[in-house]
Design a binder for this molecule. Structure first.
Ligand SMILES: [Zn+2]
Ligand SMILES: [Zn+2]
Length: 740
């Protein structure tokens, strides 16, 4: 970074007093190894956390005044000056500590972590003009088709933002500018996004049972104490955990502080938002990646200014600038969706606990199927546990049974076994709803030439292409590559020889249409239900009994409340066990238990049927017996001896390169330099299961240590020792969840 401030090495200790006020460290939102020093002009008095404008390589950048500079003797005359302190809410000390902590833990550049917290767009003044509206009609205006579309898009009285307008009308800037020059459209202020009305803690909510009240009281006490404390709120599906932690939010509001709730799939939160509004009278602020930039900006500012009292969001909401965070809730804490796999790789559940600690606030982790990590923390006395044992409103837990596919197989070429078909038919006869669950999108996971045996594979990845028949495509679920289904085998040229192998939800839907032609079907998968609005509409239709049969992927497992659903059929209960990674069994139990938990949530009892080739497998046994605690105990016992998480620590290095030789060479060098010692083991290098991804060859190394040995210092020393060529990437994944 030529002459633009000086990279600052991290060193403890305060600067000498005479330097204070002359220079400051400024963190910039880029992957530099640390903050840069800048000179402070006499007119300015920046304080830590202030948002400032500084020069960098002849550009102006927004940064945050970080902690005290270390007083390294670079003459001040060589430092560039801060240009301005922006009129924006400062980044508080807890947030700055959080950024430092996440960066150190994940081995990410702190500027990259801070970028997530800064949301540069939220700070920039609104672009001019803000939007457009129609002027008085001009009779002499030459109306081309694109111009007509723009004017049509502006037909409603409400002005529209430029980007939105261009998208809607399918035109470029030239068309809009042409219309503006002709005077047909004029700049107009966009109405401010709606502010966030304060949720009312005293708003009358639903009646709580005695058990719920006891749990709510304990959580309220923790919030009132204004201290860091982690509670696992654990309870059977349908026990009303949400209503219980709403009481903790109410206490937080009464204290005048802000609350953050993380959900694994915020896009699917329609029912959650409804419950929140029922309890508090208004909706909370929502934060997720699908928000438009204007809403994002409003939300960010409302959080920073303290007017957004409760935020419900996806994992990135952790980096919102709460000035007074009083409670952090992680709902469905066992969900792997909390792991961010791109950019800064972090686990939002674990970072939420850190965020709460740095804000001296309690954290509540919520799940009917807690992760082994969290249970181990309870057992070790680090977290406390509150358990709800009864379903709300007297509903009973569903009865779970396995269907042995070896004994009662489906008809040839079909996937639904006779006992499952019978159960579904019976539920329809009673006027109830049924659900088929298969965690696989598309029509078939594999397409095979029955003439030569060729399997259709992705051109960029080590992965089979998945047939999506409705779209007439073969798709790669790893890189997004898609191609039309070819009329002939690309290898042997045989026509009409490609056959689907195995089922996806599309194929199950087809089979269900044959078996239950009368039933009204609804498919719930991330590609058929792409946003919050579609999810909300699905929930409404199911609640209004406009649907008889729901066919879905894992998104049906998450938090839904369908009171008329009484039969859940799991099409392939063995599916998740096939991968065989560390958490395969744990995850399968959690997922299938959650799916089953959708059944029988009102008066009518529910039934869950698991189609499996291995009813004797401990996972199936645990689900049928409903004894998850015993299963988790067994899981723990199997992981403890090898120091596997949560009884040891893991970090993965993923080496990738454009050629296999380059990836191998770098992986081998890393392997040779691997750390060693008591309680330290390195596995690999080995080809990743996804050996080629997006055209890059991938190798993995796995560092495993005893729990009392931190992986970060080992990783830092290790990576410093090996010089990899520029063309090779080494990604670090601390506490890996995916092993692909
Ligand atoms: Zn062929
Ligand atoms: Zn691919």
């Amino acid at each position: 970074m030529s002459g633009s401030g000086r990279k600052r090495s991290r060193r403890a200790g305060a600067p000498s007093p005479d330097r204070r006020g002359h220079r400051v460290a400024v963190m910039l939102p880029y992957p530099f190894p640390g903050p840069f020093d800048y000179r402070v002009p006499d007119a300015l008095e920046p304080r830590p956390g202030d948002i400032v404008l500084v020069p960098l390589n002849r550009r102006h950048e927004i940064g945050v005044v970080w902690d005290e500079p270390d007083g390294d003797p670079v003459p001040e005359s060589r430092l560039k000056p801060i240009e301005a302190i922006l009129d924006a809410p400062a980044m508080g000390a807890p947030m700055r500590r959080f950024v430092d902590w996440v960066a150190a833990y994940t081995l990410s550049p702190p500027g990259e972590v801070m970028a997530m917290a800064l949301r540069i767009n939220a700070l920039r003044p609104d672009a001019q003009p803000a939007g457009w509206r129609r002027a008085e009609p001009l009779p002499e205006l030459r109306l081309t088709e694109p111009r007509r579309r723009v004017l049509a898009a502006l037909a409603a009285a409400e002005p529209r933002g430029g980007a939105e307008l261009m998208r809607q009308a399918g035109v470029g800037t030239a068309v809009v500018r042409g219309l503006a020059d002709a005077g047909a459209i004029v700049p107009a202020a966009l109405s401010a996004a709606p502010p966030y009305p304060a949720p009312d803690p005293a708003h009358p909510g639903p009646e709580l049972t005695a058990e719920q009240q006891g749990a709510a009281k304990a959580l309220r006490r923790a919030v009132a104490a204004r201290q860091f404390l982690v509670t696992l709120l654990d309870g059977v599906t349908g026990s009303g955990k949400t209503e219980v932690y709403f009481e903790a939010i109410a206490e937080c509001l009464a204290q005048g502080r802000q609350a953050l709730v993380l959900l694994p799939e915020i896009a699917l939160s329609a029912q959650w938002l409804e419950r929140f509004a029922r309890r508090f009278g208004v909706a909370p602020a929502v934060w997720h990646s699908e928000l438009g930039s204007r809403v994002r900006r409003t939300a960010w500012r409302a959080v920073a200014g303290g007017s957004a009292r409760v935020v419900v969001g996806a994992r990135s909401a952790l980096f919102l600038p709460f000035p007074d965070l009083g409670l952090v809730v992680v709902d469905e804490e066992h969900e792997t969706a909390f792991k961010q796999e791109d950019g800064v790789v972090y686990h939002a559940r674990d970072m939420a606990v850190v965020r709460a600690r740095l804000s001296a606030a309690p954290a509540v982790l919520v799940s009917a199927t807690p992760s082994l990590e969290t249970v181990a923390n309870v057992d070790a006395g680090r977290y406390r546990r509150i358990t709800l044992t009864r379903r709300h409103g007297g509903a009973r837990l569903p009865e779970v049974a396995a269907i042995d596919l070896r004994k009662t197989p489906p008809e040839r070429g079909r996937f639904l076994a006779p006992p499952l078909l019978t159960a579904i038919r019976e539920s329809f006869a009673r006027g109830e709803q049924a659900m088929l669950f298969l965690n696989r999108r598309g029509y078939a996971p594999l397409t095979l030439c029955r003439h030569c045996g060729h399997r259709m594979q992705c051109q960029n990845c080590t992965a089979w292409l998945v047939e999506h028949r409705l779209r007439g495509q073969l798709q790669c679920h790893h890189c997004g590559h898609a191609e039309p289904i070819p009329p002939a085998c690309p290898i042997c040229g045989a026509e009409h020889s490609l056959v689907p192998v195995g089922p996806g939800v599309e194929r199950i839907t087809e089979e269900a249409a044959i078996e239950f032609p009368e039933a009204r079907r609804l498919v719930m998968a991330s590609d058929t239900m792409p946003g919050p609005a579609a999810a909300a509409e699905a929930a409404r239709a199911i609640g209004a009994r406009e649907v008889d049969l729901i066919i879905g992927t894992q998104i049906v497992a998450k938090g839904w409340h369908f009171p008329h659903l009484t039969v859940v059929g799991v099409v392939d209960a063995d599916l998740g066990l096939a991968g065989g990674d560390l958490r395969a069994a744990e995850r399968t139990v959690q997922l299938l238990h959650q799916v089953g938990g959708r059944a029988g949530r009102a008066e009518a009892p529910g039934k869950v049927l698991l189609q499996t080739f291995g009813p004797e497998h401990p996972v199936m046994q645990a689900l049928v017996a409903g004894d998850l605690a015993a299963f988790m105990q067994r899981e723990a016992d199997s992981r403890r001896p090898g120091n596997w998480p949560p009884f040891g620590r893991l970090a993965a290095l993923i080496v990738s390169a454009e050629t296999a030789a380059a990836a191998d060479a770098a992986a081998r060098d890393l392997g040779r330099a691997a750390p060693h010692g008591a309680g330290i083991a390195v596995l690999g290098p080995a080809p990743a299961p996804l050996a080629i991804l997006r055209g890059r060859h991938r190798r993995r190394l796995l560092l495993k240590t005893r729990r009392d040995i931190a992986v970060q210092p080992l990783l830092r020393a290790w990576l410093a020792e090996v010089e990899v060529p520029r063309s090779v990437r080494v990604d670090v994944d601390v506490d890996p969840v995916s092993f692909l």
